[in-house]
Design a protein around this ligand. Structure first.
Ligand SMILES: [Fe+2]
Ligand SMILES: [Fe+2]
Length: 473
């Protein structure tokens, strides 16, 4: 049943046949819309935006482009097609049929995993809600809104699971997903990176490059889940997530390209002289968002991760690539801090190292993006390079939290870490500078802010000069 129905809530889960669920979701829908009007993109709710909307989950049918006002976007519930006779691919239940319902003994854990994932989706919309007023082009403005409406849909995806499978508690959690607020003193979002402000476009691109990519790896791990509805939901979310990372990686790529062009023209080789973003500033923003995103994977050594894996709830990204799906034997070698703060090599039982295994895939994926940025620099004749800092640098979760390391991963004193902070992370002056470049929106079709290069092509074969966002009704 691939086609999405035309009901009030578009779906491919036969919603019409489950009246109780339909009622619950229809009760939640106005609260979602109220949240969207309050916390969604500020100042653009009445605009017509050229958006991609899912009309079916087939590989060629889910990307349908048209003008739509964001509050009228067809948010709905789409699961990837079922895999016939799917078996659980890892952990103690290896080889058993995937569960179509929640096993009682895993109820609380699964609910927690789904709520934690679900909470990130509205959080990022809240973090990005003011960015429309400082966009570097209409093309970028449209991409921002595409990301925003899809994060809204990801919230729907998680709320469907909560309401369909977790009873009254699930319905309460669904309401609470609309009550927490990113960065709020008393009721913040659950995870750290989702409470950080994203109030300039450099942060937005870094977020979509690094933090959305954490999302990709979490979704890949959940796509392996023995709980089949979660697997199918996350598999479809991954198709949307790819676009978010495209926006981030190509966004930074275009800033890098422009930075290179301007620094070659500038008398002192500093892109800032001609209104660009210099590489040292880019590196600091990279250091910040990469380290915040590494935190999202949790601790290097984790009994929670071990029990998620053991129970068949959360696997490794692309579990089929691994030989041993039980992971009961074998260890993972890591350097862990000793009592005195120095690092020493340790062998961690494999199941307890599952967060680090997932993080490894993420780090490699990030590195490929950085390599592509460095290729842009090389082709422009610039000798400097961007790089990922050590995964120990600037951490707030896991075994390296509350210890001090430089970007090379060397142990340093707290005093040195504080003294040199502005060398490694965006300073107040850096943030002021980046914001000063984005004081007003560049919103004429085809125009581009001075600090970023144009993309090589427009959206869905439309020219770059296309009016992607229209003020008129
Ligand atoms: Fe998402
Ligand atoms: Fe995303």
């Amino acid at each position: 049943m691939a086609h999405i129905s035309d009901e009030r809530i578009p779906n491919n889960v036969n919603l019409a046949e489950d009246k109780r669920l339909q009622r619950a979701l229809e009760q939640w829908q106005p609260n979602f819309l109220q949240w969207w009007m309050e916390m969604g993109p500020a100042g653009f709710q009445a605009h017509q935006v050229y958006l991609r909307t899912a009309v079916s989950v087939d590989s060629d049918g889910w990307a349908h482009f048209d003008f739509v006002k964001m509050p009228e976007y067809r948010w709905g519930i789409f699961l990837a097609d079922p895999v016939a006779d799917r078996k659980i691919g890892f952990g103690d239940p290896l080889g058993q049929p995937a569960w179509q319902d929640v096993p009682g003994e895993h109820r609380n854990t699964l609910q927690r995993l789904i709520v934690t994932q679900g909470d990130t989706e509205p959080a990022s919309v809240e973090q990005q809600r003011m960015l429309g007023h400082s966009c570097p082009s209409m093309y970028d403005l449209r991409n921002l809104f595409q990301v925003n409406v899809e994060e809204g849909r990801h919230l729907w995806a998680m709320v469907y699971l909560l309401q369909r499978f977790f009873g009254r508690e699930g319905r309460e959690e669904a309401e609470e997903l609309l009550m927490r607020r990113s960065g709020h003193q008393d009721r913040p979002r659950i995870l750290g990176a989702f409470n950080e402000p994203i109030d300039d476009w450099l942060s937005f691109y870094m977020f979509t490059m690094f933090t959305d990519r954490d999302g990709k790896y979490q979704l890949l791990a959940l796509a392996e889940s023995g709980f089949d509805p979660l697997s199918r939901t996350t598999r479809f979310m991954l198709t949307e997530e790819a676009h978010h990372m495209f926006v981030g990686e190509t966004g930074i790529g275009r800033v890098v390209q422009r930075s290179a062009e301007l620094s070659r023209k500038a008398k002192n080789s500093d892109a800032r002289e001609l209104g660009g973003i210099d590489l040292p500033t880019l590196q600091k923003y990279l250091n910040l968002w990469y380290s915040l995103s590494l935190d999202l994977f949790g601790s290097e050594v984790s009994t929670n991760a071990a029990s998620f894996f053991a129970a068949g709830l959360k696997g490794r990204a692309k579990e089929e690539k691994f030989q041993d799906h039980l992971a009961l034997e074998g260890t993972y070698a890591m350097e862990l801090p000793r009592q005195d703060g120095a690092l020493s090599p340790e062998e961690v039982p494999l199941r307890s190292a599952m967060n680090e295994v997932l993080r490894d895939g993420y780090v490699e994926d990030c590195q490929r993006g950085v390599d592509r940025w460095n290729k842009i620099l090389a082709e422009a004749g610039i000798s400097e390079r961007l790089r990922l800092p050590s995964r120990r640098f600037h951490r707030h979760q896991g075994v390296f939290a509350n210890l001090s390391f430089d970007p090379d991963g060397r142990v340093i004193s707290r005093e040195e870490s504080e003294r040199r902070r502005d060398e490694w992370l965006p300073s107040a002056a850096d943030k002021r500078y980046v914001k000063s470049l984005q004081a007003k929106a560049i919103d004429k079709p085809g125009e581009m802010a001075n600090w970023i290069a144009p993309p090589p092509r427009g959206i869905n074969n439309k020219p770059l000069e296309f009016t992607y966002v229209r003020a008129e009704a």
